[in-house]
Design a protein around this ligand. Structure first.
Ligand code: SF4
Length: 335
């Protein structure tokens, strides 16, 4: 059965301070604090829309385990009755790595929580400190191990292109995350928002955001690293919202960012198998036939047929044949 989240945003609640990049209103478009009735409404709406999903009620947006305890329990209570009735499989939440301990995990276990996502963001302490995260990479590692010890599904979130980070530091973070063996990851390229410390640094010229192309290059590599280690990437890039669009000071956002990265992986693989780099150019056009899994054709072709056009500029005309035996993220040049 297909998995689905019934999302309830708990914006910027429980955060001890403001991280350098964070303006929760811009990211989620929500500032209202949900009530237990909002949880009920979200569940009713989801079940009325699509009953056959394997649902988790998902408390996203802030630092769920650091919010006022009474308020946290009221939301968990509202959600847990749907776990007990079997309408949903469990509860998912996101929180800070330093807001996890055995006492909290005991509570979450008793309320039917199934999955916990930690906002790790980076595994470099210098980057964490520069971005005012208020926790260390050891907090991420220790909390991750504890979450797994309790039998929860672990999710880790990382950000790329943060202040004081670099390509190598982001790759290092992905490697450390892989060592912690989460079931899922989310990768968020940093978006520079007004009303944040990062926004101020950018305006002063002290922070240079990654361009969209740099971000795609890096995140395509991270995606491959996670795939190779059987870690599901459940999100790559922020969800679009009008507030996000309005709040951005530097435009390196793309609403279909994950597809851009996947297409990059496909064109790189094609060039590798064909023995060329991106600068190669044939004087006379060559025709090449490539076999691809039917589910991956659009990823190979790219948005607006971008990959096909790029290869055509190199003098390569691609003919695609669909083959179910080709792996989802593979391709084979057959002629
Ligand atoms: S902990 Fe999360 S929600 Fe809180 S300020 Fe930092 S990024 Fe924003």
């Amino acid at each position: 059965m297909k998995h689905g989240n019934i999302s309830v945003f708990v914006p910027h609640n429980g955060c001890p301070h403001q991280c350098s990049f964070c303006n929760q209103k811009s990211i989620t478009g929500v500032q209202y604090q949900p009530t237990p009735e909002d949880v009920d409404n979200a569940v009713y709406t989801a079940l009325a829309f699509q009953k056959k999903y394997d649902y988790e009620i998902a408390f996203f947006g802030g630092s769920f385990t650091a919010i006022n305890r009474e308020y946290m329990l009221s939301l968990l209570n509202a959600a847990y009755k749907y776990v007990k009735s079997g309408d949903v499989r469990g509860i998912r939440l996101s929180t800070r790595p330093d807001a996890i301990d055995r006492e909290v995990l005991d509570i979450l276990k008793s309320y039917g929580v199934t999955s916990i996502e930690l906002g790790a963001q980076s595994m470099c302490d210098e980057v964490l400190s520069a971005n005012l995260r208020g926790h260390t990479s050891d907090d991420v590692a220790n909390s991750s191990r504890l979450i797994k010890e309790y039998g929860f599904s672990l999710g880790l979130q990382m950000m790329t292109g943060l202040y004081k980070s670099s390509y190598d530091r982001d790759v290092y973070t992905a490697k450390r995350i892989i060592e912690l063996a989460p079931e899922t990851v989310r990768v968020y390229p940093t978006i520079t928002l007004g009303g944040t410390m990062l926004g101020d640094l950018y305006l002063k010229g002290e922070y240079i955001p990654q361009t969209l192309d740099e971000s795609v290059d890096l995140c395509a590599l991270l995606l491959k690293m996670f795939w190779k280690n059987n870690i599901e990437v459940i999100r790559l890039g922020l969800h679009y919202s009008e507030d996000l669009k309005k709040g951005m000071l530097f435009n390196n956002y793309h609403p279909a960012f994950k597809e851009l990265c996947e297409s990059k992986i496909f064109i790189d693989e094609f060039r590798k198998q064909f023995g060329i780099d991106e600068n190669a150019c044939f004087n006379e056009s060559v025709n090449v036939t490539v076999s691809i899994n039917p589910k991956s054709v659009s990823k190979f072709v790219g948005q607006g047929r971008e990959n096909i056009k790029r290869l055509a500029l190199q003098g390569i005309n691609v003919n695609i044949v669909q083959d179910n035996d080709i792996a989802l993220y593979g391709l084979k040049i057959v002629g």
